[in-house]
Unconditional design. Structure first.
Length: 147
């Protein structure tokens, strides 16, 4: 608690002495966290079931496309965090800034992780359906009296 207070006081004193001001630091932090919170790419609608696609053979391709979009969004978030961390090293209170950068990254990645889990569940259900269909075809092809 005392260390945080001292870091805050020292940072404030240093910023006042250099003429930067506290407002400039908060404005810079807000601009750095904006790319993490708001990605340019649209968010996926991974909640809709892919199994209801017109052609069941298209389900793996749709899942792969959605995974590519998720990967691109993830890389955007990681790049924004790296930029924010680079800016943190220019500040006096580096550890607090790095902690905020990691928190912003985790918060931005949480929805992507949920969408990824939904895609995994949809892929599992599609695979189960395909396995059931193959078993039904195999049972229909085998004669009734065969072991």
């Amino acid at each position: 608690m005392r260390r945080v207070f001292l870091n805050g006081c020292c940072g404030l004193a240093l910023s006042l002495l250099t003429g930067l001001g506290v407002q400039a630091q908060t404005d810079q932090t807000e601009t750095l966290t904006a790319p993490i919170a708001h990605s340019e790419r649209p968010m996926l609608n991974a909640q809709k079931p892919l199994a209801s696609a017109p052609n069941p053979d298209e389900v793996p391709e749709a899942i792969a496309r959605q995974r590519q979009v998720l990967a691109a969004q993830r890389s955007d978030i990681v790049q924004a965090e790296q930029k924010q961390q680079a800016a943190c090293w220019q500040k006096f209170a580096v550890n607090g800034c790095l902690r905020e950068a990691r928190l912003a990254r985790r918060q931005a990645l949480a929805p992507l992780r949920q969408q990824e889990l939904t895609l995994n569940a949809q892929e599992r259900s599609w695979r189960n359906e395909q396995r059931e269909r193959r078993l039904q075809v195999k049972q229909a092809e085998t004669p009734q009296g065969a072991p």
